[in-house]
Ligand binder design. Structure first.
Ligand SMILES: O=C(O)C(=O)C[C@H](O)[C@H](O)CO
Ligand SMILES: [Mg+2]
Length: 421
């Protein structure tokens, strides 16, 4: 059967009114301070949905994948058949998984959930199963050039009402340490059209990071959650050592202590420390975290809507994790657009095994391009009650911010050896 016939049959079987037919889908690339890729899907009935497809530093690869390979196959389909469209795009590509494919699928998926919720006249979390909590606990990003500056920055986050704060500090002798902004509240690592070169030195970091958390606990006590991101820099043995040294400071989590391409390496870290472990912002599918989850090698799964196939797929990951008392901690850096954040907040409001949501504030220009109904209050983000995921895009304004080529940095050791950024 030709796919056009299948579309027709499926449409008739579902009793689709013409209203749900996808009539147009387009990609908007805009750079209000940083690059975002957004998919906009329109239906015959005039309902529009949007989804984020931003893959930091590789934006145009996803935009092209969508324009060349995905959008032509969408026109004429029933926007309500989210699962079938997901399976069609995943299985239909033959080349499964990978960040480009899964970000493209995610954007379509989130836009379709947006449409479905709008058509139902409900905020998205109601379609997922309803509210499980009053608000979504978030963590903000405090950073500084050294321990003193970082301690001050954490104090500012406490004053703003945050209950959970990630602390990253510059380390003497390391050039442009990960996570340290340049004198503002914002940190945007993709800063050059070709990767900037930063440094790394495990010896120096291992000596410094525990002293940062010692100072933080001495200064502010133990009432707030503190988090730290290793950003893939340590070997499993070094990560185990760091986890052990951080135990007295009772972190909420130690993130990406070592790369997880080989999931088994986390067994070694786990054997040596009870510091909670979080992994997964670079994961695309359930297959990337299946062993980590089933063997209980982590405590929080960081996979996120935009890079892991949208709501349809992240829901499966969260359900698997729930069997092992592993909780969600979705990635939420500023390279995920407000459309991702809005949808994530609906997901977080529903998901039973919620842990925490990362929250880096977007710039004012980004917020203007993506009007949204979520808001921060007293350490929590709250999704809105408007039908859909509550985020739209001002396309006319978006046009005023053309694409600006930027890539993420690389890291090298003192002798020039390439390391993990
Ligand atoms: O937010 C985090 O935990 C990160 O590690 C941020 C990443 O470096 C960033 O999203 C890369 O694009
Ligand atoms: Mg991270």
């Amino acid at each position: 059967m030709a796919d056009a016939d299948h579309k027709k049959l499926a449409t008739e079987a579902a009793g689709t009114t013409k209203e749900r037919r996808i009539t147009d889908a387009r990609v908007v690339v805009t750079s209000p301070g940083r690059n975002f890729v957004t998919v906009i899907i329109e239906t015959e009935g005039g309902v529009t949905g949007i989804g984020d497809a931003t893959l930091n530093g590789r934006e145009l690869a996803v935009a092209s994948y969508l324009v060349e390979h995905v959008i032509p196959a969408l026109i004429g389909r029933d926007a309500a058949q989210i699962e079938d469209i997901w399976q069609y795009l995943y299985r239909g590509a033959y080349w499964r998984r990978g960040p480009v494919t899964m970000s493209a699928i995610a954007a379509i998926d989130v836009a379709l959930w947006d449409i479905k919720a709008k058509m139902a006249g409900m905020p998205l979390y109601q379609l997922l199963g309803g509210r499980s909590r009053e608000g979504v606990l978030v963590y903000g990003h405090a950073n500084g050039g050294d321990i003193e500056e970082t301690v001050d920055a954490v104090g500012r986050y406490i004053d703003m009402g945050y209950k959970a704060i990630r602390a990253q500090s510059g380390v003497p002798g390391i050039k442009d340490a990960y996570g340290v902004g340049r004198g503002t509240m914002y940190y945007e690592p993709a800063d050059n059209s070709l990767p900037s070169v930063t440094g790394w030195d495990t010896r120096k970091a291992l000596n410094y990071v525990p002293r940062l958390f010692d100072k933080l606990r001495l200064t502010y006590g133990f009432d707030h959650h503190l988090l730290h991101d290793g950003h893939h820099r340590y070997t499993p043995q070094e990560a185990a050592n760091l986890g052990k040294m951080l135990e007295p400071y009772q972190l909420f989590w130690l993130e990406d202590a070592t790369p997880a391409e080989n999931q088994e390496v986390f067994r070694l870290i786990r054997q040596h420390t009870v510091t909670p472990l979080a992994v997964g912002e670079v994961f695309n599918t359930i297959w990337d975290c299946k062993d980590l989850i089933e063997e209980q090698l982590i405590d929080y799964i960081r996979a996120t809507l935009v890079h892991a196939g949208g709501i349809t797929h992240l829901r499966r990951i969260a359900d698997l994790a729930s069997l092992y008392q592993i909780r969600t901690g979705c990635h939420g850096a500023t390279d995920l657009s407000p459309a991702s954040m809005g949808a994530a907040l609906h997901f977080d409001t529903w998901v039973p095994n919620f842990g925490i949501q990362e929250y880096m504030r977007h710039s004012d220009a980004t917020d203007e391009v993506f009007p949204h109904d979520y808001h921060f209050a007293d350490g929590y983000l709250h999704c809105g009650e408007t039908p859909g995921h509550g985020v739209t895009i001002d396309e006319a304004l978006a046009k005023k911010y053309p694409y600006d080529p930027k890539q993420l940095p690389v890291a090298r050791l003192a002798d020039g050896t390439m390391w993990n950024w």
